[in-house]
Design a protein around this ligand. Sequence first.
Ligand code: COA
Length: 208
Amino acid sequence: MMNDVHPEAADDGRRRRPEERDVTVSDPAGVAPCTDRSLRSVVLQDWAANRGSTKSQVVMAAFRLAHHWDQGDSRVPGPVRKLGVLGYKVLTTWVLGVEIPPETSIGPGLVLKHPQAIVVNGQSRIGARCMLRACTTLGNLVERDGAETASPVLGDDVELGVGVIVIGPIHVGDRARIGAGAVVITDVPAGAVAVGNPARVLPAADAT
Ligand SMILES: CC(C)(COP(=O)(O)OP(=O)(O)OC[C@H]1O[C@@H](n2cnc3c(N)ncnc32)[C@H](O)[C@@H]1OP(=O)(O)O)[C@@H](O)C(=O)NCCC(=O)NCCS
């Protein structure tokens, strides 16, 4: 499970300046160094979750290999790794229309539903067993002074509907579900359902 606090969130709700940030968001499972696992299990950690979509399986397997090489693998010469990472970017971004930079921190079991026009900022963090659908963007903001904010953090088991945009230093809690077409610009608590533009959290089904 990931921490429920975004690293940039201050107690009073305002966005923290970079020098104020002191909360560490744990790395999602599966982002720990891969060296203690076989390369096969690293590369195929999303395969079963994406059964039924060969494209999703290929994109995620390619991402895992590129991520592994991007983090460094002493068994493979540096130039070969760089070439592999470049090949991953060309294949996925230019050809397959899915832009997930190799440095992105992603937990195991990421599901890509209809993987078209998916754009993820490389500083984003995605927990375990999440789902991204077509036309999803996880991005940062450029502030008026030109500074870039941090990127979204998704907890574990987060489901994004088709066409969801999450921008800025936003934390989406574990098991949250975001409705199709939502634009998320504020944090979403764990277990919540949020819809609309800007996204609003729906009352819990059992709320009176
Ligand atoms: C958000 C979502 C998870 C909610 O599902 P749910 O818990 O069953 O919620 P409901 O269908 O009961 O809807 C609850 C309320 O949210 C509204 N709502 C649901 N989805 C919405 C959406 N995407 N945008 C705006 N409002 C939405 C409903 O109109 C309803 O409003 P009301 O209470 O005023 O009548 C679901 O509607 C959704 O969007 N899932 C994504 C599916 C998707 O992307 N499919 C694409 C396949 S390629």
